[in-house]
Design a protein around this ligand. Structure first.
Ligand SMILES: [Zn+2]
Ligand SMILES: [Zn+2]
Length: 454
């Protein structure tokens, strides 16, 4: 009965408007996908399998979908970026919604301006207070693109940390999943703003984060073209800075700003681009804005600002405590399966153990459990080793016709008291039993003598 029903391309998906386009509050593409699925009463998984992948014309995605694979979601970490996967999702969604502004929900305009390395977060981060406010004011809940930028750790509206673990089950959230719902935990299905507490930044963190966010916002607001390549304004301006501030000395440039010389050479020649973090750091040290570095032909009034300790890449006791970094370091301890106690882990990250338990309980428990297990395994290994030594010594003495008493064995092994350990003692008694020696002689008497018994 539906044979003659004709569906025009316009009706494939509702033409849902993305939030905040053209502003720093612009929505991210992954947030938009989750909202579109929700508005159609379906899941992200269904939307991706039935509509998106067929429109994307990518063989590997078809195959992955047909075999229940995860290729689309593995690539979802970078969908808000500018690589091929972002471009093809943008194209497909623009076709399905008949909109032409979906590319604005990604960093496609930043292609060739910043390397993708360390540009995007690997899991979701959000401001629970923004979400709470939107809900209270009956506004649509969404994830702004700015939250997905790795350097951004703070909500500039609420001056608090973005969080990246569900306040109820403490689990991280993937950027996109088959069952993603905006504002809801992917694991326990509780609200992501439930019971979150406000953790304020210290002043020093605030200065750097304030600078990062101001500049990232101005880039998100900027609508014009950014020229790239070897002759870009960025390369010209880096050369100008080298000339005017460091008297043309690349050595001085790298020394004063704490960069590797080879990196600076690559940047100046236009062979490689500094990461977003490094570009911002250069700007902060020279007292200029990122727009001046990327978009102006004649930077004025730049001068080097007194050195500040950078919060990124500091491994021990950062003065400005950046809990994002602390969290990453704790996660590294877990990933690398390091056999260290929580005490040692706390020393390593330079933060008090109690504070760590309060902030990252879930990670601390994992580290502590791993260490307990490691100690347990090491203990078993030691006992096994000693059992083998006891048995070898026992046999040796027995073969020489010497009674293998406790003291004699300990003496030969050069380990006084070792057979007092319950497990080793029962092993030794078992060996005596096997040889029929257990009741033949008075053990108390023989123990001290340990001489021939035949
Ligand atoms: Zn907020
Ligand atoms: Zn949860």
């Amino acid at each position: 009965m539906y044979e003659h029903l004709f569906i025009t391309p316009r009706s494939v998906l509702y033409n849902i408007e993305p939030i905040g386009t053209g502003s720093e509050f612009v929505e991210s593409l992954t947030s938009y996908l989750a909202r579109v699925a929700f508005e159609h009463n379906t899941s992200v998984g269904h939307l991706v399998n039935k509509l998106l992948i067929p429109s994307m014309d990518k063989d590997y995605l078809h195959r992955s979908r047909d075999f229940g694979g995860n290729r689309f979601y593995e690539g979802a970490k970078t969908i808000n970026g500018y690589m091929e996967n972002s471009l093809s999702v943008v194209k497909a969604i623009e076709k399905l919604t008949v909109r032409d502004d979906i590319h604005k929900l990604t960093l496609i305009r930043w292609k060739n301006v910043f390397p993708l390395r360390e540009l995007l977060k690997k899991s979701l981060a959000w401001c629970p207070f923004c979400i709470k406010e939107w809900k209270e004011n009956n506004k649509t809940v969404y994830y702004p693109l700015i939250w997905s930028i790795d350097l951004v750790h703070m909500c500039h509206i609420h001056s608090c940390f973005l969080i990246n673990k569900c306040p109820t089950c403490f689990k991280q959230q993937d950027i996109l999943r088959r069952q993603s719902l905006v504002g809801i935990c992917q694991h326990c299905l509780r609200q992501l703003d439930d019971g979150a507490t406000k953790e304020k930044y210290g002043q020093e963190n605030k200065d750097w984060q304030g600078f990062v966010i101001d500049n990232v916002c101005s880039l998100l607001n900027y609508d014009g073209k950014i020229n790239t390549g070897e002759n870009s304004l960025l390369v010209k301006n880096l050369n100008l800075i080298c000339e005017k501030v460091f008297d043309g000395s690349i050595n001085e440039f790298s020394k004063q700003l704490n960069f590797a010389r080879s990196s600076v050479v690559g940047w100046i020649k236009g062979k490689v681009k500094p990461t977003l973090e490094n570009q911002l750091y250069i700007c902060q040290r020279l007292n200029i804005e990122i727009e001046q570095l990327l978009l102006t032909t004649n930077i004025q009034n730049f001068h080097i600002v007194k050195q500040r300790k950078r919060i990124i890449n500091t491994s021990s006791k950062p003065k400005r405590v950046d809990y994002y970094i602390v969290e990453k370091e704790l996660e590294k301890v877990i990933q690398n399966k390091e056999n260290i106690s929580m005490e040692a882990a706390a020393k390593k990250v330079g933060i008090n153990k109690r504070t760590l338990y309060r902030k990252f309980r879930h990670l601390c428990v994992q580290i502590s459990n791993h260490y307990k297990q490691y100690l347990e395994e090491r203990k078993l290994q030691r006992i096994l080793c000693l059992k083998i030594q006891v048995e070898a010594t026992f046999t040796n003495l027995y073969m020489q016709g010497i009674y293998p008493s406790r003291r004699k064995i300990e003496f030969v092994m050069n380990k006084p008291g070792v057979l007092k350990e319950r497990e080793l003692q029962s092993h030794w008694k078992g060996l005596l039993g096997k040889q029929g020696l257990l009741f033949e002689r008075n053990l108390g008497e023989c123990e001290d003598i340990g001489d021939e018994f035949q």
